[in-house]
Design a binder for this molecule. Structure first.
Ligand SMILES: Nc1ccn([C@@H]2O[C@H](COP(=O)(O)OP(=O)(O)OP(=O)(O)O)[C@@H](O)[C@H]2O)c(=O)n1
Ligand SMILES: C[C@](O)(CO)[C@H](O)COP(=O)(O)O
Length: 233
């Protein structure tokens, strides 16, 4: 039995609008993906790490990982797909699982997750009857539901959170649900929790972290550079 980290890093980074895919961009001299992987290598509760990267970047990924992270805990580099769903599907179905394994799915583009948040996700998964837990932070804006250019509703803000990763699950359950969801054409789901929600499995949430943001746009990259600079002061 073990705790597996599956790092989803097979996106194209289109919103970053740069020729290099964002997971391979440097933040203060170190590739974003290497920063993310190092955090899971450092964590005492994580046993094995798998990285999902675009098929054309397998050798780049191997190079970056061996240069910055070495081989400790790295059990495989897996080809991703066109959507996040397809990428995680490829990952979770290619890993050889044991019955009681736990899996944490984490975005390669969230290079600032703390050790305490990883610990808290793992610990929650070992509580009785818990098979799904995600971090979330409260939303600062009033969120509107729209239909075209019409406002059709305002969900109460105290019932909303912004979902983050790592999202933790009983690994075999998540694998079974990915296979089922693929057959049910649910490839449009944008996070892993959504699968459990869709099939009516309980998912818990714990408080996430502002600093664990997803580096998505050029502005985010600037904030990431500043965050590293601040952290090293
Ligand atoms: N086909 C995909 C799409 C996304 N991801 C990963 O899922 C995480 C969250 O996705 P997002 O930030 O949307 O990344 P991109 O899809 O790369 O960005 P964009 O939507 O701007 O193209 C990222 O770590 C990304 O690499 C993935 O593994 N496979
Ligand atoms: C999984 C996720 O990070 C939760 O916030 C997110 O859903 C993935 O990417 P997207 O850009 O929000 O589609």
């Amino acid at each position: 039995m073990g705790n597996i980290a599956l790092i989803a890093a097979a996106g194209s980074g289109s919103r970053m609008k740069m020729s290099t895919k964002k997971q391979y961009l440097e933040i203060a001299g170190q590739p974003m993906l290497a920063r993310t992987v190092l955090l899971f290598q450092k964590n005492k509760k994580i046993d094995d790490i798998y990285i999902i990267t675009p098929p054309e970047d397998i050798s780049l990924c191997q190079k970056v990982v061996s240069q910055w992270c070495g081989q400790r805990k790295i059990k495989g580099i897996i080809s991703g797909g066109k959507t996040r769903f397809e990428s995680v599907y490829n990952g979770i179905t290619q890993i050889k699982l044991e019955e009681k394994d736990k899996v944490l799915i984490h975005d390669g583009a969230r290079p600032f997750v703390s050790q305490s948040l990883i610990d808290a996700i793992v610990d929650k998964l070992y509580q009785q009857d818990v098979c799904g837990v995600i971090p979330g932070i409260s939303v600062k804006d009033t969120i509107k539901k729209v239909n075209g250019d019409n406002i059709v509703g305002t969900p109460p803000r105290d019932q909303l959170i912004a979902a983050q990763t790592p999202q933790g699950f009983c690994a075999q359950t998540l694998k079974d649900l990915y296979i089922k969801a693929d057959k049910d054409n649910l490839q449009g789901l944008t996070d892993d929790s959504s699968l459990l929600e869709h099939y009516k499995y309980p998912v818990y949430y714990i408080i996430g972290e502002e600093k664990n943001f997803k580096v998505t746009t050029p502005q985010d990259l600037q904030i990431a550079q500043l965050q590293v600079k601040e952290g090293t002061k």
